[in-house]
Ligand binder design. Structure first.
Ligand code: SF4
Ligand code: SF4
Length: 424
């Protein structure tokens, strides 16, 4: 990828297509240990304990007061279970399964005769591969107007969602029908790139073919370009009665009802040190280190490990971090290719302002963020309008870690309660 040298226009960054990964999907063997980590409200009444046997696809409610369940993605015994509250007051449930090599499937989903309208369908399918939380889309009393099924990937070098659509289009129509029954939404549309037009049309619904440049596949930008609807960036899309879901999630839903088993695996793109993307399928909860070992990608001191793609991915600090339902990519950057951030001051060149799709005055914003003035940054310079695309950092010739400051600012505002206070 090249930056514009005299950047009087936005950088034109094309998304990757499935031709970059190739059509093959490498299966990652089940690791010896699978990990789950979920933020919870409270931590009362543990219902599972170390040594308890679990089967693949089993619905677990590790704490009595948990609203949603966790699906065991392998057969084995429960290892560690812990509930911890960190310095900022957030409580996290963590647990592991010591796996057996062979799956024994739990029959509950099939025996319970779960349908899209079952009362407890969401306790089995609240999180799907590619959809980390389905619950906000299910408003049975007051359904959303439209659900947009996106066949795009949100970051560069990533082809996870496109490959799901390419290889799983046979389950798209079933998944859309179930999604309609579950949510009560009548209007469902599929948005896809030109290369996947025929797969998108297999859903039997309205299809919109687009060829956006980065970050045009961001859900908010897709909704704006396809439906002409804009929502305040700090508010969820459901405020304007719209939901955006990934094609991967909808296809996984269709497959779950066809096979009568909840989904336990995730498709993802692994981007190695040579920047070559590879498509793999792994059990949800697989540690990143196991993925990399299987693909013979070594990580050594100084390399950068990223969950997500090169523009908007988040750095992680351990190979034990598990693949989650919404992990679309894992990237390893060689230490020799990591561009270190600088502490040089902003020269007010305006590149970041020209690049920003949300029209944030980034050059002014960064001055407040660097000084820890987060509330002022939100009130005066639109911090909360940022859609987290990372373009400002990408174009900054002074290598100021703008995106890091933005994420820090948003994190601090969330901790301080500012977001609830300002938006109710
Ligand atoms: S990360 Fe935010 S501020 Fe930076 S260019 Fe993207 S939308 Fe604008
Ligand atoms: S933050 Fe970087 S890109 Fe933005 S005005 Fe300053 S030097 Fe230029």
């Amino acid at each position: 990828m090249k930056k514009p040298f005299f950047g009087l226009t936005r950088p034109k960054l094309a998304y990757s297509g499935i031709d970059d990964t190739g059509p093959d999907i490498q299966e990652i063997p089940v690791p010896e240990r699978i990990f789950f980590s979920r933020q919870i409200k409270k931590g009362e009444g543990p219902t599972i304990s170390r040594g308890q046997e679990v089967r693949t696809g089993q619905r677990l409610r590790p704490l009595e007061d948990m609203r949603v369940c966790v699906t065991a993605t392998a057969t084995g015994v429960i290892g560690d279970v812990s509930v911890e509250t960190d310095y900022s007051g957030r409580t996290t449930l963590s647990m592991s399964i010591e796996t057996e090599p062979k799956d024994r499937w739990d029959p509950e989903f099939e025996q319970a005769g779960i349908s899209a309208q079952s009362e407890d369908v969401l306790s089995y399918l609240s999180a799907l591969p590619g959809i980390s939380d389905l619950i906000p889309l299910v408003r049975r009393e007051n359904p959303l107007d439209t659900i947009l099924v996106s066949g795009f990937d949100r970051d560069l070098l990533t082809a996870t969602n496109q490959l799901s659509l390419k290889t799983g289009a046979g389950n798209l129509a079933r998944g859309i029908e179930i999604m309609k029954q579950m949510t009560g939404v009548n209007r469902v549309m599929v948005a896809a790139p030109p290369s996947l037009a025929s797969e998108a049309e297999r859903g039997g619904v309205e299809v919109r073919i687009q060829n956006p440049l980065y970050p045009g596949a961001d859900p908010r930008l897709l909704v704006r370009s396809i439906l002409g609807t804009t929502v305040l960036p700090s508010r969820p899309l459901t405020d304007v009665n719209v939901g955006v879901v990934s094609a991967e999630g909808v296809i996984a839903m269709g497959r779950a009802f066809q096979d009568q088993r909840p989904p336990v695996s995730k498709l993802l793109t692994v981007i190695g040190k040579d920047n070559r993307p590879v498509a793999v399928r792994a059990r949800i909860g697989t540690p990143v280190g196991h993925l990399l070992n299987t693909l013979h990608i070594e990580v050594s001191g100084g390399d950068r490990l990223v969950l997500g793609g090169p523009m908007a991915g988040k750095g992680i600090y351990s190979v034990d971090v598990p693949v989650g339902p919404d992990t679309d990519a894992v990237m390893v950057q060689d230490k020799d290719h990591v561009i270190p951030p600088s502490s040089e001051p902003c020269i007010n060149c305006g590149e970041c302002v020209r690049a920003c799709p949300a029209r944030v005055p980034v050059n002014m914003l960064i001055r407040l963020l660097e000084n820890g003035l987060f509330e002022e940054a939100a009130q005066q310079y639109d911090l909360l309008s940022c859609i987290e695309c990372g373009l400002c950092s990408y174009v900054c010739m002074m290598r100021i870690p703008i995106f890091h400051y933005i994420m820090l600012g948003k994190h601090e505002l969330a901790l301080s309660g500012y977001l609830e206070e300002s938006h109710g």
